[in-house]
Design a protein around this ligand. Structure first.
Ligand SMILES: Cc1cc2nc3c(=O)[nH]c(=O)nc-3n(C[C@H](O)[C@H](O)[C@H](O)COP(=O)(O)O)c2cc1C
Length: 196
């Protein structure tokens, strides 16, 4: 190959590598093929993403995991687990909007809920179940009487929006913590799996 041709080919190859890749969100999770289960989650700093993946693992990997930020098309799934992290006693506005928008399509498919919260590092109480499910997610979707689980989450300063971090750090006694347990998520996944 002539030097000029070699340079041309090299430049073309480099250019191709710089082209933006099409995002195929979260498809790389270990999932069994042709599944009709999906887990839809919302998160700010990642706790609910991890909870969702671990719940899927507890279900022997039969569920695909979707971030609501990707605005996923869930019409091809028959069974859906919905969950998200809590700020100001509610899940993210994005998740709420998504659930309202797709309420009719999702209602017959929702098979479980989960929520991830801090609860000021205190243990989970029944009151949280009422707050996050009965009075919140169940009201939006209209779906009740499915397995529900509240997990304690975590605070990671480095992942927080600066103004939120500043606000949180101004609360006396507020520290970084990690109370999310993979084992709890796996067990909830098993519970859902066995409820089918
Ligand atoms: C701004 C802010 C508000 C929060 N509000 C609540 C709340 O109302 N109730 C609660 O139990 N936890 C609350 N938390 C704790 C989070 O739910 C907890 O850190 C969770 O693990 C965050 O999930 P994520 O990492 O998926 O964003 C709040 C955290 C932040 C940063």
């Amino acid at each position: 190959m002539k030097k000029r041709d070699f340079l041309k080919v090299s430049l073309l190859a480099a250019g191709a590598m710089m082209l933006p890749r099409k995002a195929s969100a979260l498809k790389f999770y270990p999932t069994k093929k042709d599944t009709d289960w999906a887990i839809l989650y919302s998160t700010w700093c990642g706790s609910s993403r991890d909870a969702a993946v671990w719940i899927s693992e507890g279900m022997n990997g039969i569920a695909e995991v979707f971030d609501v930020k990707e605005n996923p098309d869930l019409s091809g799934y028959s069974h859906i687990v919905v969950g998200g992290s809590i700020r100001s006693a509610a899940t993210s506005p994005q998740l709420q909007e998504y659930l309202k928008k797709h309420r009719k399509q999702l209602a017959p498919k929702i098979k479980a809920y989960f929520a991830v919260c801090g609860n000021m590092m205190r243990p989970v109480t029944d009151q949280l179940y009422t707050q996050f499910f009965t009075d919140h997610l169940c009201k939006i979707t209209g779906v009740v009487d499915v397995p529900q689980k509240v997990f304690l989450g975590r605070i990671t300063w480095g992942l927080m929006e600066p103004e939120v971090r500043e606000q949180m750090q101004s609360f006396p006694g507020m520290v970084e913590y990690d109370n999310l347990k993979r084992q709890d998520c796996l067990e909830f996944g098993k519970e859902i799996f066995e409820s089918i």
